[in-house]
Design a protein around this ligand. Sequence first.
Ligand SMILES: Cc1cc2nc3c(=O)[nH]c(=O)nc-3n(C[C@H](O)[C@H](O)[C@H](O)COP(=O)(O)OP(=O)(O)OC[C@H]3O[C@@H](n4cnc5c(N)ncnc54)[C@H](O)[C@@H]3O)c2cc1C
Length: 262
Amino acid sequence: MSLRIVVTVKYVPDATGDRHFADDLTVDRDDVDGLLSELDEYAVEQALRIAENSDDDVEVTVLTVGPEDAKDALRKALSMGADKAIHVEDEDLHGTDAIGTSLVLAKAIEKAGYDLVISGMASTDGTMGVVPALLAERLGVPQVTLLSEVSVEDGVVKGRRDGDTASEQLEASLPAVVSVTDQSGEARYPSFKGIMAAKKKPVESWDLSDLDIEADEVGLENACTVVESAAERPARTAGTIVKDEGEGGKQLAEFLASQKFI
Ligand SMILES: Cc1cc2nc3c(=O)[nH]c(=O)nc-3n(C[C@H](O)[C@H](O)[C@H](O)COP(=O)(O)OP(=O)(O)OC[C@H]3O[C@@H](n4cnc5c(N)ncnc54)[C@H](O)[C@@H]3O)c2cc1C
């Protein structure tokens, strides 16, 4: 028996660098440094652990929808140990929202073939946390989201979802979509061997026509959500420094009371 896992990985702007909106209020993805969304590293890690713990043949494919540089995210996932990668890129994708992105991902997943889709809990830029559910709906398969533990056995995916007051054990028959949290297990660092091996692993490139998607199904013009305005966050102001000249404690207490901390 074999198991085909597709992991959806997003290429996001590096949060430690300068980030901008373009003139049309979409995120500027061309002139910024980017990387594999850290939350998607957990998804790759879980796919690799399932493969390592399985007696069956498991193939791990990583999939991204994004600009040319999104290949960097795929390379990172391949160097962690994924077997192959698919990059969907098309100039008509500019401005596509979560609904459109889920359409493109779902069509690519169907074309690739899958038993299990593993997503991150949210991207580190859009952070909507809706794509896994949208994918399950589009693919017509069960979804088990926000898992902090995941395993596959006899055609069933099982996992634990931790809430504030209780933990649930959940399972679904395959094919299915799951998303994993940042509590699911530390993602591995690519080894030197893994980085060298990644250079030889296959990366397929598809555009919208490969997926039978028309330009008017995606893009900014057809997005269901619109960014009305965006403004830079005001610069941080200097903090309040209390010098203790005998009344420091009193001043601290007054400050905390004025901020309603006490
Ligand atoms: C070139 C380009 C321009 C875009 N412009 C806009 C825009 O102007 N407005 C807008 O609303 N959206 C835009 N998007 C889409 C947006 O970046 C998100 O992919 C989409 O809205 C999903 O929202 P999210 O990132 O909050 O996903 P979440 O639901 O938070 O993501 C959850 C999980 O879904 C998967 N996932 C999400 N996005 C991708 C992806 N692209 N590839 C692979 N896996 C993914 C990951 O596993 C992720 O952890 C654009 C995308 C591209 C590629």
